[in-house]
Design a protein around this ligand. Structure first.
Ligand code: SF4
Ligand code: SF4
Ligand code: FES
Length: 324
């Protein structure tokens, strides 16, 4: 046993879809070096203590993406998360299967929802039939063109982002961060000729369901930054289709409200998002909010310090126009 060994306590969620019953947490205790990867600890438990413990893994090197799980409530790769820091921070290590996918047994989930959403974005190049791929040799791109999607090929399809995403939890129709990051990769690829069609088709029940919480980016072990790619897709979607989708109308209305007075006018935003006729459907919810917060119907005054906001917007506009 190493001299610096610590007593690590694992609470592992156990459940079997075939046997059914209520899930339970099983405590295992091991003496381990602090730098031990949690995957190695779980494999030791399986090999030496409890052969019924079920988990998925392959490379043990943060490459294959198969060992993603919830570790102390965060979506992590078990092979690159060490025991010592988790024990220091939490006093124990709670290990659970990934979220937003049905559990099959213990730490193994059915990844079908994740892969179904991936298929939905049609993750392959769609070439212009008039310009087919040159036979027998690769197509070339400039370094600047490659730079635009340099993060997305790092993705190892571990689904840590999908597990962390509250929009997936709220609405199974949402494609999820990884699928949208992949979509971005094809949208900005100069060889792909379906850019407009991809951006139009992903909007209803798709792109705009993202809550901009950035939990996917926080969870991603490969720094793909899916939430930033989703932000880019939203900007491109507005550029090709204007504010015709409800989500884009909401985003544009939000910006205009803040630009105008520095404060959100809830009633105005609802009208901008749903249109005058669509506001009728929102009346019951509006009344519920108004009873609790009558000030939502007040016309907001321009806030003190709004000039600062004007300067920020001007700087952002200059930046988007490419000015120094
Ligand atoms: S930023 Fe969007 S895609 Fe990412 S976790 Fe939040 S809701 Fe999901
Ligand atoms: S984007 Fe990151 S977290 Fe999501 S599947 Fe790819 S590597 Fe995993
Ligand atoms: S075992 Fe392959 S990423 Fe962890």
């Amino acid at each position: 046993m190493p001299a610096d060994a610590i007593s690590a306590k694992f609470d592992v969620r156990r459940w079997d879809a075939v046997a059914g019953g209520a899930p339970r947490y099983q405590r295992y205790e091991l003496e381990l070096a602090p730098h031990t990867p949690i995957l190695s600890a779980l494999l030791r438990i399986r090999d030496e203590v409890d052969p019924s413990l079920t988990l998925r893994y392959s490379c043990r090197s943060a490459i294959c993406g198969s060992c993603a799980m919830q570790i102390n409530s965060k979506s992590r790769l078990a092979c690159e998360t060490q025991v010592g820091p988790e024990m220091d921070r939490h006093g124990r290590i709670v290990v659970e299967p990934m979220r937003n996918q049905p559990v099959l047994r213990d730490l193994v989930v059915d990844q079908s929802p994740f892969w179904t959403q991936y298929d939905r974005i049609e993750p392959h190049l769609k070439l212009d039939p008039a310009h087919p791929m040159p036979e027998g040799r690769p197509t070339s791109m400039t370094p600047e063109q490659v730079e635009r999607f340099k993060e997305t090929p790092r993705c190892i399809a571990c689904a840590a982002c999908y597990s962390a995403c509250p929009a997936v939890e709220a609405d199974a129709a949402f494609p999820g961060p990884m699928a949208l990051a992949k979509l971005y990769r094809f949208v900005v690829d100069p060889r792909d000729h379906a850019t407009q069609d991809r951006l139009v088709r992903i909007q209803p029940n798709g792109l705009w369901l993202c809550l901009r919480c950035h939990l996917c980016t926080e969870a991603c072990p490969k720094d793909v930054r899916p939430s930033e790619r989703i932000r880019d897709l939203k900007e491109m979607a507005i550029a090709v289709q204007g504010g015709t989708e409800r989500g884009s109308r909401h985003a544009i209305g939000f910006k205009e409200n803040i630009e105008d007075r520095g404060l959100l006018s809830e009633a105005k935003l609802v009208r901008q998002t749903y249109g005058a006729a669509g506001m009728i459907g929102q009346l019951p919810q509006g009344l519920r909010i108004w009873r609790k917060k009558p000030e939502v119907l007040h016309k907001p005054r321009r806030i003190e310090g709004a000039d600062e906001l004007d300067r920020i917007y001007e700087a952002l506009d200059r930046e988007s126009e490419g000015a120094p």
